[in-house]
Structure formats: structure tokens, C-alpha cells
Design a protein around this ligand. Structure first.
Ligand SMILES: C[S@@+](CC[C@H](N)C(=O)[O-])C[C@H]1O[C@@H](n2cnc3c(N)ncnc32)[C@H](O)[C@@H]1O
Length: 254
């Protein structure tokens, strides 16, 4: 039976994707799509539900492939950068600039998590202070260098470095007494970072900022860090010269 499709949709009539088994279009099926919003389309089926699921699967597959391509490009980009960089030396194991004045605030035991840890200088510093550290980064090259740095500084036993794509969110893990994130900004992680902090836990974060620099995709807007982590207790913060940083702790419940 010919499909009863309103005339205004005729231009949108199209054949469903070919069957993965036969390579030929699904029999007796035509799919038409009506955009409800720019991002959402409802699929109406004429000829059997198989073609709808096949079409949806193909769309989903294409979206997944696009995300995977971006991730792969990022990974290669960072791998290449770390490959040509001189590896961090033991003398470079330290907190970044604005936090050095607050080094005594960092606990000397418990669990620490470093996001986008790069070659692990901060993670190794935290481990040297007595914390058990987990460092996460998308670059395999950086993670290999971080593991070596930890071994060279005799804290390999208290460091775990994992290749992780933070685009997929924060991987599960124990509550952290310290979370560090330097020179990496992903607003989607803000909630998860707050939730992952143990009561009384410390957050140290620094990012590129639009304050004192031209706007840019990876730069935080004025007040962005303090706003994003407003529910934490602010210990110290700064903004200017193209950088913003924040040291804050999670208020321990009574
Ligand atoms: C500017 S570097 C900062 C490295 C280190 N935190 C530091 O301060 O030296 C940014 C880091 O983010 C990592 N990165 C970028 N995209 C990522 C992602 N989707 N998931 C995890 N790490 C990522 C890169 O591999 C790189 O090590």
C-alpha cells in the first residue's frame, strides 16, 4: 500500500539505509522524517519497525563515529606534543605558581585525583606529600612519562596513572580529599568534581582566562571559576593576565 504522507513531507521522503546483511534496502519500507526542532527528528515508519531501528542505529552510529574522531584527533595532538617535549625532571615536581603559597593547605594523607595530569608533576608532588594519587589524561605518551616520573621519585607505589577521555565524564572512583585540575577546562565536569570531593576536601584548579587576554574557546569568562564552584568555601582565588585560579574546600557537613 502506498504510504499516506502529507504533501508537505514529500520532499523528505527517502529510502532507509541498506540492510547490513544483504546490502539492499529493507523491503517494503520507506521512512519519512519530520523535524520537530533543529536537533530532534521524529521518524515515522511505513513498512515495518525494522527500518526505523536500522535508521536510528545508523544515525547513532554516525554520531558516535564523529565523537570518536574528535577524541582521536585530540589524543594524537597531545601525544605528538608530549613526544617532542623534554620530559619533566624531578626538580620540576611542584605545584603550579599560584598554589605554592598555599602548599601547607594540602593534606598529607588520603586520596587525590588529578584531572588532565599531563606528565604527572603535580601528581608526583602530591604523592611525595603522602597522598594516594590517581592521575587521568587522554595522552598515552604523557601517562607513560608520568609513570616513569613517579618511579624515578620513588612514589610509584602511591600513584596510579590512567589513560582516560574526560569527554566521557569523570570515571567512577573513591571520594577525593584533593582534586587538582590545571590548565584544562571542561565545564561539564564541574558538578562531578564537587560531588567527588570528600567533605572538607580541597579543590585546586587553574585555567586560561579571558581576563587580561582576548576571548577564546578554551578561556574561562570573568568570574567563571568562582561562580562554578560557589558552593565550596573559597580559600584563595585570582584572575588576570589571561589566567584564573581557585583554591576552595568542600564544606564538611555537621
Ligand atoms: C595544557 S595541558 C595541561 C597538563 C597539566 N595539567 C599541566 O598543567 O601541565 C592539557 C592536558 O589535557 C589533556 N587532555 C585534553 N583533552 C583531554 C580529554 N578529553 N580527556 C583527558 N585529558 C585531556 C591533554 O592530554 C593535556 O595533558
Amino acid at each position: 500500500m502506498p504510504p499516506r504522507v502529507p504533501p508537505q513531507w514529500h520532499s523528505r521522503l527517502r529510502m532507509p539505509p541498506p540492510s547490513p546483511l544483504s546490502g539492499r534496502p529493507w523491503p517494503l519500507s520507506l521512512v519519512w522524517s519530520a523535524p520537530l526542532s533543529p536537533r530532534f527528528e521524529i521518524l515515522s515508519l511505513v513498512g515495518g519497525s525494522i527500518s526505523t531501528s536500522a535508521s536510528l542505529m545508523c544515525r547513532l552510529g554516525r554520531a558516535v563515529c564523529r565523537v570518536a574522531k574528535v577524541t582521536e584527533r585530540d589524543r594524537r595532538h597531545w601525544d605528538d606534543r608530549y613526544r617532542i617535549r623534554t620530559p619533566i625532571r624531578s626538580e620540576d615536581v611542584c605545584l603550579p605558581g599560584p598554589f605554592t603559597d598555599h602548599a601547607d593547605r594540602f593534606p598529607t594523607a588520603g586520596a587525590a585525583l588529578e584531572l588532565a595530569c599531563g606528565t604527572g608533576a603535580v601528581s608526583v608532588w602530591l604523592a611525595g606529600r603522602g597522598l594516594n594519587v590517581r592521575g587521568l589524561d587522554i595522552s598515552e605518551v604523557a601517562i607513560a612519562q608520568a609513570r616513569k616520573l613517579a618511579q624515578d621519585n620513588e612514589v610509584g607505589h602511591s600513584c596510579q596513572f590512567d589513560v582516560v577521555d574526560l569527554d566521557a565524564g569523570l570515571p567512577s572512583g573513591v571520594q577525593a580529599d584533593v582534586i587538582c585540575c590545571f590548565h584544562f577546562r571542561d565545564r561539564r565536569l564541574d558538578r562531578a568534581i564537587i560531588d567527588r570531593l570528600a567533605p572538607g576536601g580541597l579543590l585546586a584548579i587553574s585555567v586560561l582566562s579571558e581576563v587580561g587576554a582576548p576571548p577564546g574557546r578554551y578561556r574561562a569568562g570573568r568570574g567563571e571559576l568562582t561562580d562554578a564552584f560557589a558552593e565550596l568555601h573559597r580559600i584563595a582565588a585570582g584572575e588576570g593576565g589571561g589566567r584564573a585560579w581557585l583554591l576552595a574546600s568542600k564544606i564538611a557537613s555537621e
